[in-house]
Unconditional design. Structure first.
Length: 165
């Protein structure tokens, strides 16, 4: 077996602070450390953040501030804002990363793969032609070509520019 030396990935593996037993979708917005927590945008009912363990660069999550486990429990205004933020994320990702497509959806419940099943959240994953190469297939390794902080800064600027127009 060959080893892939990627020491820069430790930033994604080792948490900067001890793991919180609480819900990240509740604690991180309340910390008022948006850049450190990669929170890209806050609305009245929902907020948008980068996934700390992305499937692809630019993997965005949108969550309501309200701690609920299902979209069935959200009111119409929150659902509408969630979709408006999804539209904003798509626009920002197209400007900054020029993806060929997107995977979008909700993993509702632990059995469906939700890491935080108690707090519903919407995933947007940019995709490119050829973004699946031999590394995940043969080595079970996903190579992330851009650092999370760099993605955050580009996408944060794009989203703010879109909102100002």
């Amino acid at each position: 077996m060959e080893n892939l030396w990627a020491p820069w990935r430790m930033a994604f593996i080792e948490p900067k602070t001890p793991p919180q037993p609480d819900c990240i979708f509740c604690t991180q917005p309340s910390e008022d450390r948006d850049e450190e927590n990669h929170i890209l945008y806050r609305g009245k009912y929902c907020f948008m953040m980068l996934n700390l363990y992305p499937y692809n660069n630019g993997h965005v999550m949108i969550a309501p501030f309200e701690h609920v486990s299902s979209i069935e429990l959200l009111d119409a205004a929150t659902l509408a804002e969630l979709m408006e933020q999804a539209k904003l994320a798509l626009q920002g990702l197209r400007i900054t990363m020029n993806p060929d497509g997107f995977n979008m959806g909700i993993n509702q419940g632990k059995v469906a793969g939700a890491g935080f099943a108690e707090h519903v959240h919407y995933h947007i994953v940019p995709r490119w032609n050829g973004d699946t190469n031999f590394m995940p297939v043969l080595a079970d390794v996903k190579v992330m070509p851009e650092h999370l902080d760099a993605v955050y800064h580009k996408l944060f600027l794009a989203i703010n520019n879109i909102r100002q127009t």
